[in-house]
Design a protein. Sequence first.
Length: 159
Amino acid sequence: MDSTFYLVCGAIVLVIALLFAAATWSFFRRFKRLSAALNRAHEMTGKTEGYISEVVEVRRRNRSFRWRNEFPVIAYTVDGQNLTTRLDWAEKRRGHYTVGERQTVCYVPSDPSCCVVEAFRSSMQKSRTQALIWTIILALLTFNCVSGAITQMLSGMLL
């Protein structure tokens, strides 16, 4: 085999590594966003009643099926300030959430936008753990692909 084959294979593996890197970054951002609120849980001394103000529909599909999921948007008021929080990590099948359903919201008094909806705390922690696990797995795959691509390209250059 000539050097062009190794260079092309290395380039293909490098493109795959870039896709893995993008997925890794996406899961890492999700982990950081969820951790930001959960790590401040000890500061969340304020409580208020909120409600599901909107249910956002998400369309999903695979090779055989198409279906619709949804996630809630919680609205709450603190010191006359109307706030909302999107719980996009709490995605469920369509029909699971009801607009107007009451929820208890715990928030940081100095920063009311930093909040955790009490009913979703455990699923938020599970989602954070899953995001961390996927971040680690995808980071390892990315590293493996990058090192493989470099090895292939160096083999092609040395021939």
